[in-house]
Design a protein around this ligand. Structure first.
Ligand SMILES: [Fe+2]
Ligand SMILES: [Fe+2]
Length: 146
């Protein structure tokens, strides 16, 4: 189950990147930055720490290095969008996507397989840790109040 949730989150981010490539703009960039940062926070601070198979530790180091490269590429994309250099931003987004697709495939074939081997309860707890970080829309109110 956990592997499926994470894999769907990969497809969600890749879909957003496709949209950004078709229409580079700062508002969509903001959605992507949040989605990316949330995903890698969950991985680095919660999920990777739960991996006890030592043969996967070198893979995790490599994945974290790629997180850093993608972080820098997204920040450069933001700068280009802010200075209205749309073609430059598109090139950066393409570069980001190339690293992302490779990265996502590597995770799905290694770490996510390990996480899937944990008990249902353990997987549910790891999903719950990410839910605890989620924020509802700022102006949302419960139905009885609105
Ligand atoms: Fe990752
Ligand atoms: Fe991931």
């Amino acid at each position: 189950m956990l592997s499926l949730v994470l894999t769907l989150d990969h497809r969600r981010l890749e879909g957003l990147i496709d949209e950004l490539l078709a229409n580079p703009n700062l508002s969509l960039y903001g959605v992507i930055w949040k989605a990316y940062k949330n995903h890698i926070y969950w991985e680095e601070e919660i999920l990777f720490k739960r991996v006890t198979d030592t043969s996967l530790l070198a893979i995790i180091r490599g994945l974290e290095t790629e997180h850093g490269s993608m972080w820098i590429l997204l920040k450069q994309t933001e700068e280009l969008l802010r200075s209205n250099e749309i073609e430059g931003a598109r090139e950066k987004i393409r570069e980001f996507m190339r690293v992302l697709l490779e990265h996502d495939g590597a995770e799905e074939g290694s770490i996510y397989q390990f996480l899937e081997s944990l008990s249902d309860e353990e997987q549910a707890r790891l999903i719950l840790e990410d839910i605890a970080l989620a924020e509802p829309p700022r102006d949302w109110k419960c139905h009885a109040i609105t």
